[in-house]
Design a binder for this molecule. Structure first.
Ligand SMILES: C[S@@+](CC[C@H](N)C(=O)[O-])C[C@H]1O[C@@H](n2cnc3c(N)ncnc32)[C@H](O)[C@@H]1O
Length: 221
């Protein structure tokens, strides 16, 4: 999914994915996070999970490519950031630094490990993998693997539904897809599965509900 698509969604305030409170599965799975972890939150939007994780004593890095989403996030949390620009190949990132929390404004698919400041202990992916079109998944997962320290973890929250009825985002990512994307390089533990009501667009397409799945992945090597 391209920048223009997401930019338009943010401009038109079509951000039904934004929760406004910490994700309940993040809160319950948090006991698994090593203390004082370095945490990466890809495709972070303006999620309050960023500040919630920082407030638990972690060092947090988020990445989001829509500038207005990043500005909304900083304003809504009263964060006065120091901002600097980094060039990374043909990509450019605005790095907004606040104590314990950095938000990188730029493309998460091209993120270089140097930009996140070293190996990551835990990646929190909620509605990030499912936001990417299927053709981008392998590149995204390779990138996550590069950022994560050996033995590090991904807390993954994804949605699955009948993809033949409606196109994403969110794209359907079921248990078999998670296995095929991560199984070779990660141990996969399913923590929870539940039904989640589909958006009005999904309801209209005959998808009244989706299966929401929470997995704890551990990098093997
Ligand atoms: C479905 S939203 C989820 C946001 C957040 N994870 C949450 O739970 O609220 C996906 C977000 O990813 C952003 N995004 C999509 N592709 C991206 C990319 N390649 N790099 C950075 N951000 C991206 C979109 O602008 C959008 O804010």
């Amino acid at each position: 999914m391209k920048h223009e698509f997401w930019n338009e969604r943010w401009q038109q305030r079509q951000i039904g994915f934004h929760l406004g409170h910490p994700h309940d599965w993040l809160v319950t799975a948090h006991e698994r996070f090593p203390a004082s972890s370095r945490i990466y939150v890809p495709l972070c939007g303006k999620t309050v999970d960023l500040v919630w994780l920082r407030d638990q004593g972690h060092e947090v890095v988020g990445c989001e490519f829509v500038a207005s989403a990043v500005q909304d996030f900083l304003r809504e949390h009263g964060l006065a950031a120091q901002t600097e620009r980094h060039e990374c190949g043909s990509d450019s990132y605005e790095c907004h630094r606040t104590p314990g929390l950095i938000v990188l404004q730029g493309d998460a698919l091209n993120l270089n490990p140097a930009l996140v400041g070293g190996p990551i202990d835990v990646i929190f992916d909620r509605a990030a993998l499912v936001a990417l079109d299927p053709a981008s998944r392998k590149r995204y997962v390779d990138g996550l693997h590069r950022l994560l320290r050996p033995g590090g973890h991904i807390l993954l929250i994804a949605f699955a539904y009948d993809q033949s009825r409606v196109a994403g985002p969110p794209w359907s990512v079921d248990a078999a897809t998670i296995e095929s994307l991560f199984g070779e390089r990660f141990l996969i533990e399913t923590l929870a599965v539940r039904a989640e009501e589909g958006s009005p667009r999904f309801q209209a397409a005959g998808v009244p509900e989706m299966e929401e799945r929470c997995c704890w992945l551990t990098r093997k090597d």
